[in-house]
Design a protein. Structure first.
Length: 273
């Protein structure tokens, strides 16, 4: 049996002991949750969860600009990459010496199910790995159903999800982040954008938004930024949001769905000032 990755490449089940390098933080976490930590031989500096596991792994650089020489020295059998997070030309260079480059690109929230199946299948020589993959899928479906039930009871709202300042950057609706927000009943602004992470006119969009959501990554928004916005945009409602819970797919998505459900409930009960 074979499993197809995001670019349609077929991958057979790994028959020997794998040596895995992950160039995607959320996939590193997923591999650990699948019980594959002992087969991880390398990561990026942004692969920070779970800390007690990944801190022992060699770093090859960032998701972009990683060291080909460091990666080659690890002699990986499999390297995990992502279309959004890694540069294509750098990934293309891996094919010269990596037997299996697994390309991922989850765009919708439910794409996580295919991701669990893909990695659970490729590395499922150990039956426990496949069992963990199925368990993750069941946990995902439970949290998905709970969020959808709540979303059906609340009015849809417009939100401006901010990922950077100077300039102010947000997310387009064809991004994974926006679709996570949509699952909670939040429609991200701008409604139309040719860019996936557009620069926005903050005062103009703030007038359209029910909430301004200041993400913890890639820009680390803090309480002081909320205070600054309160002075700059009186009347606008703003809150901090855990960017990892919204942008990290894989096993983190399960916690992300629960996080959004609780956050949406909290903000729904927040009175307008």
């Amino acid at each position: 049996m074979q499993w197809s990755d995001a670019i349609g490449k077929q991958h057979a089940r790994c028959a020997d002991t794998p040596r895995i390098v992950s160039l995607v933080p959320s996939l590193t976490e997923l591999l650990v949750d699948l019980g594959l930590a002992e087969y991880l031989v390398g990561r990026t500096g942004f692969c920070i969860h779970p800390r007690q596991i990944v801190r022992r792994l060699p770093k090859v650089g960032g998701t972009k600009g990683f060291s080909i020489d460091k990666l080659r020295a690890l002699a990986p059998t499999h390297v995990l990459v992502n279309i959004d997070e890694n540069r294509r030309e750098e990934v293309d260079a891996l094919h010269a010496f990596v037997p299996q480059v697994i390309v991922t690109h989850p765009l919708t929230v439910r794409d996580n199910l295919a991701l669990y199946e893909l990695l659970g299948g490729i590395f499922g020589g150990d039956p426990q790995v496949e069992a963990r993959s199925r368990a993750l899928a069941a946990d995902f479906e439970r949290e998905w159903a709970a969020l959808c039930t709540q979303t059906g009871t609340l009015p849809r709202q417009s939100v401006l999800y901010l990922i950077w300042q100077q300039p102010w950057l947000s997310v387009a609706r064809d991004t994974y982040i926006s679709r996570m927000l949509a699952a909670a009943g939040w429609d991200s602004l701008p409604a139309d954008s040719a860019l996936r992470y557009p620069e926005v006119d903050l005062p103009a969009l703030a007038r359209e938004a029910d909430w301004l959501l200041l993400a913890s990554e890639p820009y680390a928004f803090r309480e002081r930024h909320l205070r600054q916005l309160a002075e700059q945009l009186p009347g606008a409602r703003a809150t901090l949001i855990d960017g990892e819970m919204v942008s990290w797919y894989g096993s983190r998505a399960i916690r992300g769905l629960a996080y959004l459900r609780h956050l949406r409930a909290r903000l729904a009960s927040s009175p307008r000032s």
